[in-house]
Design a protein around this ligand. Structure first.
Ligand code: MLT
Ligand code: ZN
Length: 464
């Protein structure tokens, strides 16, 4: 329950209709896509301006009230969960295009802008916003920045970080920062903008972002290839990426395909069943690019790595092939999956795949495991489906044991416990497998510098 003096002051800042205290609003704004924690915020406030955000943060400091920043709440690690009486600050109303600059090829937007709307805006200007993923229809750009979101085009275009040219943020002390101001070159010491990217709301609130846009990509083709052995997916990747400028290289297992086909009604790519499938995309950057792709396909077949394949013949066929990969995540929600989002360097991927596969078979003998991910970025999604007989808590604690073994393996391979989903609540116990004790201490010092009273998203990323 929010004490009355705070209610009155919040109402004075944002207006009565923008402070939500009803149970269903608290429930809706208090969780992300994870199902492990119960929403229990004390209130939800919807500021409309940067000044209002500043006033809210100053008030929160005065009353030592914890703040959880909230975007589209599509996160998969509990980073936007408010389970301990925090005040949720939702940026939904700050969703405007503030300024488009065709010369700089950049657009300044409010943090609450939906990713898909930004993509649409870029397209209307004859440009392209290349960060894309299945939840782009509801995720917000501020949340994408706070988690440095990845997606399906990272192999060519990189993560969200690559496209942030400037940020307007309010830190945990209520100070306003204009970071990098859209500059292409700026060598003036520490780049604080990059500290906020991927900070998961622990340093402050992202209010506005200047986003760099790319040139519209050329027409592209999609190929789906059937592959029998895990490690040979990497051989196929190496073969194709040496000669083609790939814009995606994804993979999924037969089990993933079975579920998507059964639950979404999509057609299988071809009749041959294989343990794994790679989906790759390339732009038509030269007249012979399709011939080149076919030649590489045949080379992979001759090597015995690829059993069958299909090349899109139209835009609609390319879109349908993409659905086989993009719809996996949504399809799996009904099994309340425990999600792993891990990465190693591509050069170590083949060996890592062998070991992680062995470990999972030994430690999860009775669980259904679904593999998919962005193999071209060294990023695997390992989803463990909850058996009906186990409660969520029982299931979670069994999976947590295996996560420690995976963490140890990742430490051996110098990999990451979170490639793109972020750490949040879900992975903070495993962060030490990817970050040294000195690094963690340094991160805590950075948090103290930006958020001296420790009000910003406490308990996420690490415990202070
Ligand atoms: C994906 O690659 O589909 C997304 O990261 C979501 C997920 O892992 O479920
Ligand atoms: Zn992913």
């Amino acid at each position: 329950m929010l004490p009355q003096p705070i209610v009155e002051q919040l109402v004075a800042i944002v207006g009565e209709s923008r402070l939500l205290l009803e149970a269903d609003d608290l429930q809706r704004f208090g969780v992300d896509r994870t199902t492990l924690w119960q929403a229990a915020p004390c209130g939800v406030v919807l500021p409309g301006t940067v000044e209002e955000v500043q006033s809210i943060v100053r008030l929160a400091n005065q009353y030592n009230l914890a703040v959880v920043p909230s975007g589209g709440r599509t996160g998969l690690s509990g980073g936007a969960v408010a389970k301990d009486g925090e005040l949720v600050v939702a940026l939904d109303r700050m969703n405007q295009v503030i300024e488009f600059n065709p010369v700089d090829r950049s657009v300044k937007v409010g943090a609450g802008m939906i990713t898909g709307q930004l993509q649409q805006f870029a397209e209307e200007q004859g440009l392209f916003y290349p960060v894309d993923f299945a939840s782009s229809g509801s995720s917000q750009i501020g949340g994408n920045i706070a988690t440095n979101a990845g997606g399906i085009k990272v192999i060519k275009y990189g993560m969200t970080r690559n496209w942030v040219a400037g940020l307007k943020v309010v830190n945990g002390a209520g100070d306003l920062f204009e970071l990098n101001k859209g500059l292409a070159k700026n060598n003036t010491g520490y780049d604080l903008r990059h500290l906020f990217i991927g900070s998961e709301g622990t340093l402050g609130l992202i209010c506005e972002a200047t986003i760099q846009l790319a040139a519209t990509p050329l027409e592209s083709s999609v190929m789906v290839l059937g592959i029998e052995y895990f490690s040979e997916i990497v051989d196929v990747l190496t073969c194709f990426s040496r000669d083609l400028d790939l814009s995606a290289f994804e993979f999924f297992s037969q089990q993933a395909l079975d579920k998507v086909v059964a639950h979404r009604g999509h057609a299988v790519p071809f009749q041959t069943e294989t343990a794994f499938y790679a989906l790759l995309e390339f732009e038509h950057s030269s007249p012979d690019v399709v011939d080149k792709a076919m030649e590489l396909f045949e080379r992979c077949v001759d090597k015995g790595w690829v059993m069958d394949g299909v090349l899109s013949q139209s835009l609609s066929q390319a879109k349908n092939l993409w659905k086989l990969r993009e719809d996996i995540s949504e399809t799996l929600w009904q099994w309340q999956p425990y999600k792993n989002d891990i990465s190693v360097r591509i050069s170590r991927m083949a060996d890592f795949l062998g070991e992680v596969d062995q470990l999972v078979m030994e430690q999860y003998p009775d669980f259904e495991i679904i593999w998919y991910g962005h193999i071209g970025d060294g990023n695997l999604h390992l989803n463990i489906l909850k058996p009906e007989v186990l409660s969520v808590d029982q299931f979670h604690s069994k999976c947590a044991n295996v996560s420690s073994s995976i963490g140890q393996l990742l430490a051996k391979y110098e990999g990451s416990v979170s490639a793109e989903h972020g750490v949040g609540l879900l992975k903070k116990d495993y962060l030490h497998y990817s970050r040294s004790a000195v690094e963690m201490d340094m991160m805590r010092s950075i948090k103290r510098a930006f958020d001296p009273n420790h009000i910003m998203n406490p308990g996420k990323l690490f415990d202070c």
